[in-house]
Write a protein that binds this ligand. Sequence first.
Ligand code: ATP
Length: 593
Amino acid sequence: MKFSTLAQYYEKLEATSKRLELVDILSQLFKEAKAEEIGKICYLIQGRVAPFFEPTELGMAESLAAQAIGRAFDPTSPRLRGASNPKEEVLKLYRKKGNMGLAAVQLATNAKRRTTNALSVSDVFGELGKIAEFTGNGTVEKKVSTLSDLLKKLDPISVKHVVNIPLGTLRLGIGDPTVLDALSLAKKGDKSLRPVLESAYNKTSDLGYVAETFYKKGEKGLSSIKLIVGKPVRPALAERLPSAEEAIKRLGPEFAAEPKFDGFRVAVHKNGDKVELFSRNLENTTHAFPDIVRGAQREIKAKSAILEGEAIAYNPLTSEFLPFQETTKRRRKYKIEEMAIKLPLVLFAFDLLYLNGKDITAIPYRERRKLLQSIVSKDGSTVRLAEERVLHSAEEITKFFNEAVSEGLEGLMLKKLDSPYVAGGRGFHWIKFKRSQSGELTDTVDCVLLGVYAGRGRRTEFGVGGLLVGVYDEKKDEFVTISRIGTGLTDEEFRKVAEIARKIKVSKKPARVNSKVEPAFWVEPKVVLEIYADEITKSPIHTAGEENGIGYALRFPRLVKFRESDKRAEDATTVEEIKKLYQNQYERSNIKI
Ligand code: ATP
């Protein structure tokens, strides 16, 4: 496929504000794609040249992109002809237009030049890939000249979109489930293949790989996709239930219970001596935790493995678990080794997904745990087996829960002994019981920042007076509104939100946002905020779980914390969970602390 054809699709995708139209346009695009280019197209429509978890940084700053554009169009563009500093002229136009692509398209159109327009999607993908890979001496110049040479060969519409890719500002707002729907529609004529596509995607998190396998090997090829060491697995998630009795109904007469550690989730991928780490939101965090990497190399007794655990700051001398506020200090970009010594982490391993070349997600939890025990010791210094008890009654749950909480832990995780590991699945295989600040068994809601209201009075200073937040509708791959938050933020938090919002501001409502209210401006759904509310109520204003014009809303919402580093927007609380929380609040917990 020619890149100019793909660029025309970018135009159409950018113009729509309806999610269903996105799916249709994408499926038309996918119908035109060949097997060897479908993977690349899947990355390119999301502004990438690799799956999101690979640390491939195209990362060009605005000034470098401006330099490349100035160089590409300088000789013939009337605006730039004779200008002493083309880069500055480009930046001026960019500030006027608010988007580098729009500045570039104008300059490319004005420039009197002849383009053969012959570059294919694969050609452009290859050149962008080079930009990502340059390292060492002269990197800046190499990046600029590769981009400017590429731009010279492209038609104006292609220029407009290509420019936004290295800048990370190609904001078509296409979520992964939307791509999966469109792949099914393109090949099958309906969305019936979404579940098989999704299951393959959950195991590898790599849209390009899934799409290419689908095009080359069909539905059968998809079903035979297994876990691959180095590709993050979408984590299995837990459900909430109002009481221990309810949990037993789901888990059966015998079940496993483990402490719920209040740290952060880490997936370890080990292949020989090579170890990679992935976070809850599938980011490659290998470089951030060198102590865990060394611990995994030393202490995991397997040739290859994928295991999951919770990393928590721990004092080995006193056997004390440190609070989350301490653990989270380890999420940093600088002084990594220094902090690894000051605040060592222990990874409490709780599940094993892959062992010595074999995907073991389908075997029962009981068996996986035995295998985990065979490769990780319960007194490892960095990687340690999480405690597990096999329980049979509500009394035993309450006892263990109280013990865990008194040790400073967050509560319990109950697990069904005969359950498989369902990648990306939230099901009753795992049930979580958490304590709350007030000691009652409640939970917070993870909301996505969708828009911002203007600041009035004292808050004019921050530029933000309130927030519009939403939750995720998994079925529709849409973000729906659930609350406006005007109070409950400190000045510091208002400043932080304002800074974040400015970076992700968009000019119109994103296609995947479904809202009846209109904030001062919309933002790209990207940032997750953990919110504590008094109650979930019904409301005609919001679109979360809307039926007959009535949705759900949060009463007296307050910000607990920003969850930018461990949750993607699609990992926010879902509409289904909100419905359950709404029901649960009427059934009081039987677990008392
Ligand atoms: P969720 O992961 O369910 O979306 P969340 O990220 O808000 O929710 P919690 O509600 O606190 O997290 O509960 C689930 C998380 O608990 C897991 O993702 C994992 O990081 C953590 N966890 C701690 N201890 C365990 C354990 N023993 N088994 C499984 N998960 C555990």
